[in-house]
Design a protein around this ligand. Structure first.
Ligand SMILES: *Cc1c(COP(=O)(O)O)cnc(C)c1O
Length: 408
């Protein structure tokens, strides 16, 4: 048995089967490239769903983490630590906001924004207790907790996980009239991804986000943008909302905020919104820990230079042009924004395509089976990016596999 087959057998025997990983066992990663336990190399075209925007083992981020690891890693928020205030202040400033509430995973930040909206609704908007309503959209992905899957329309996310949390109304994504009709006196917020990542990089129709913003302002509701995947440089801007020239009331951030090193998430907003919390009403043992804050601050400073956003934008043009050469008969639609693409397949068999890519030295994954979602690290080189898309073209044209070239 090969080392890979043996390791996969051990994983299948000991790990709950809530994922179905491709048959590769990764061992090391630098920049946009990974090596498996048998020394084969792969171009990462997924980047941990955007958690690795700055690539694997970025030397600058690692140095910050190492320095912090040797000094102070965890304090709990029963005390102040000398990393947390800087992180919250600089993150809020990057977002043009006033405050941040640090958590760990994206789902926790989404839960936090839901609690924020409800509390704000009762305290500030004056909604009667336990009547607050939040509008969400079809095809949403906000994480995996019971409350979050309560408003999912993906049967795999919901089947046999009920009973669910009430207080959500779902309307079609991109339909401002439907959203308008769903508003009543108890509506406290609209929660949406400005671009739907897990659904397959779905962009809203022009003007939609601006109308959502206007409706939120007119009806005294919070616009809550889940930018866990779309934010922090991926689309060529710090936030995807910027493409629509829209400023939400709340940004929900995660994934890349942890620099690919550890989970770091946050809810970022104004004082009049996040200020509704009183001590003891919400928290997290690990949220705001000094290690997370040190890495998060380094990520914020990287984004403040504008360099990752610039790269995403420039490489995005390369990606768009490369994808236009995919065999037309195999692809029904390609959507791109920044260094992010959804490629809809004619066959709908994304798993087979990803297995073909793996054999050619490219790691990608399929959203809902029928869309190849491409989100390489923003540090990928132009040549490597073109090479990666070439492999996709060859897989779609059903050319026999070849070993990945040794690189780096
Ligand atoms: C990944 C994701 C989440 C959940 O983040 P986790 O860290 O996996 O809990 C929430 N919202 C969006 C838009 C995401 O892409």
């Amino acid at each position: 048995m090969t080392a890979t087959a043996d390791e996969i057998r051990r994983a299948e025997a000991s790990t709950a089967p809530n994922y179905r990983p491709l048959p590769v066992v990764l061992h090391e990663g630098h920049g946009a490239w990974l090596t498996d336990i048998e020394g084969r190399r792969y171009l990462d075209m997924l980047s941990g769903y955007g958690a690795l925007n700055f690539g694997h083992t970025d030397p600058e981020l690692l140095a910050v983490a190492h320095e912090q690891l040797d000094r102070l890693t965890l304090t709990s928020r029963a005390f102040h630590n000398d990393r947390s205030a800087t992180f919250c202040a600089e993150l809020a400033e990057l977002a043009g906001m006033e405050m941040a509430l640090p958590m760990n995973t994206g789902a926790e930040a989404v839960e936090t924004t839901i609690k924020t909206a409800r509390k704000w609704g009762y305290q500030v908007k004056g909604v009667p207790q336990d009547r607050a309503k939040i509008i969400v959209v079809d095809g949403n992905f906000h994480g995996r907790t019971v409350t979050i899957v309560s408003f999912s329309d993906d049967p795999r996310a919901t089947a046999e996980f009920g009973p669910f949390t009430p207080g959500f109304v779902r309307v079609p994504f991109g339909d401002a009239d439907a959203l308008h009709s769903a508003i009543d006196d108890h509506t406290v917020a609209v929660l949406l991804e400005p671009i739907q990542g897990e659904r397959g990089v779905i962009l809203p129709p022009p003007g939609y986000l601006r109308t959502v913003r206007e409706l939120c302002t007119a009806h005294d509701m919070l616009m809550m943008a889940d930018e866990v995947q779309s934010g922090l440089g991926r689309t060529g801007r710090t936030f995807a909302c910027e493409h629509a020239e829209v400023v939400p009331d709340i940004y929900v951030l995660g994934k890349a905020l942890g620099g690919g090193i550890l989970p770091v998430s946050a809810v970022v907003s104004r004082r009049d919104v996040l200020g509704v919390f009183r001590p003891g009403e919400h928290g997290s043992t690990f949220g705001g820990n000094p290690l997370a804050c040190a890495v998060g601050t380094a990520v914020v400073r990287r984004l403040k230079t504008g360099e990752p956003q610039r790269r995403a934008s420039e490489l995005g043009a390369v990606l768009t042009s490369a994808l236009s050469h995919l065999p037309a008969s195999e692809v029904t639609e390609v959507r791109t924004i920044g260094l992010w693409a959804g490629v809809d397949l004619t066959t709908g068999d994304g798993r087979t395509v990803c297995e073909g890519l793996l054999k050619r030295g490219v790691l990608a994954n399929a959203a809902h089976g029928r869309t190849i979602r491409l989100s390489p690290p923003l540090v990928v080189s132009e040549d490597d990016l073109r090479w990666g898309v070439e492999q996709l073209a060859k897989v779609l044209a059903r050319q026999p596999g070849v070993a990945a070239p040794a690189r780096l």
